[in-house]
Write a protein that binds this ligand. Structure first.
Ligand code: SF4
Length: 344
């Protein structure tokens, strides 16, 4: 792919060190092939909701001391979870596994009413790290339900955020495809409302919403969707990146919805794209013949993992590393009042 006229910012990286443990893994023909520039998407990595959630666990550990219990992975990234585990966080899948009265953090993905009620019944000292943009969706579904509307949640089955949102109002239904819209059993004039998971693909969601509008006359929803600023910005950045490169690596966990969507965005732009948890996931065979390599990262991916992937590429001969121009996000969310008051 020929280089474009984009203004690229050089990114400073330390001199690559070839080690037996890394360069030794690369077969000689592939090593010769990695003479490619590395382009970084901007923005990439942590969003404001993830920064806040991690901050909440760290501050809770300082204020209460270890252990602090966390309901599900605080954010979908194994490296972040392990770092917090080493500092004394204990991750559980059910609040029933938490000792009575213990300090407990709800993850950034939010929880159902049942989890809130069960936590209260067990006297847990809850600090809610639900992203404010997910809380906004919870408020939306409650408002729609109070208006007597059946609530449809557009999202991926089994995702923690979707489970939490579905559990905010009785009878909420999950819709994850246009085919599922066609299969809905409501009358054409039934009062309905929809919300969306915050980390969906913009394109896929648009199709589902359009299908809902085609079938149902009395349908309410947000102006467009609930896909958050961070998801939209990262998808736009990866779309721009994909237009410039021969292969894209998205650094992110397998269970990270927004990272998986980023890989799809690059693929839909016609570029081979791979989701890698860290540098160990990069297969040198994917680099063969590439003249420009793109690297992006999901909203729950620490920048250090991006740097480790880039470092591995440089050890294999790739470089220089440049950052594409893009949005600089300046959004931050306030910590929960309960945490601020306890710290005072
Ligand atoms: Fe909040 Fe969006 Fe980040 Fe999810 S991806 S934590 S909704 S800002």
């Amino acid at each position: 792919m020929p280089p474009s006229n984009l203004t690229l910012q050089p990114v400073a990286f330390s001199k690559p060190r070839l080690s037996a443990a890394t360069s030794g893994l690369l077969p000689e023909p592939a090593l010769q092939a990695v003479k490619a520039q590395v382009l970084l998407a901007q923005p990439r990595g942590f969003c404001a909701g993830v920064v806040r959630a991690i901050d909440i666990v760290e501050r809770a550990l300082e204020l209460y001391g270890a252990p602090v219990y966390v309901h599900h992975e605080i954010v979908h990234n194994g490296h972040v979870v392990q770092m917090l585990r080493e500092r004394g966080a204990v991750f559980v899948d059910s609040v029933d596994d938490i000792p009575l009265g213990a300090p407990t953090v709800f993850s950034a993905h939010g929880v159902s009413h049942a989890v809130v009620a069960r936590s209260a019944a067990r006297g847990l000292q809850v600090i809610d790290a639900t992203c404010p943009l997910v809380s906004k969706v919870h408020q939306q579904v409650q408002r729609y339900a109070q208006q007597g509307r059946a609530v449809l949640v557009i999202g991926h089955p089994g995702h923690q955020e979707v489970i939490g949102t579905l559990g905010r109002v009785p009878g909420a239904r999950l819709v994850s495809s246009v085919a599922e819209v066609q299969a809905l059993q409501f009358a054409p004039d039934a009062p309905l409302a929809y919300v969306t998971q915050t980390t969906l693909s913009l394109d896929d969601t648009r199709d589902i919403i359009a299908a809902l509008h085609e079938r149902f006359a009395d349908l309410q929803g947000p102006d467009t969707d609930d896909i958050c600023y961070a998801t939209q910005n990262r998808q736009a950045a990866v779309r721009a990146l994909a237009a410039e490169v021969d292969v894209v690596f998205i650094v992110g966990a397998n269970n990270s919805s927004n990272s998986a969507r980023l890989r799809e965005v690059a693929q839909q732009a016609g570029v081979p794209a791979f989701l890698v948890a860290d540098e160990s996931g990069v297969d040198p065979a994917w680099l063969r013949g590439a003249r420009r390599i793109g690297v992006g990262a999901g909203a729950s991916t620490p920048e250090v993992l991006v740097q480790r992937v880039v470092q591995r590429l440089r050890e294999w001969g790739a470089g220089p590393v440049v950052q594409l121009p893009g949005l600089e996000e300046r959004i931050s969310f306030r910590l929960p009042l309960a945490l601020i008051e306890r710290a005072a």
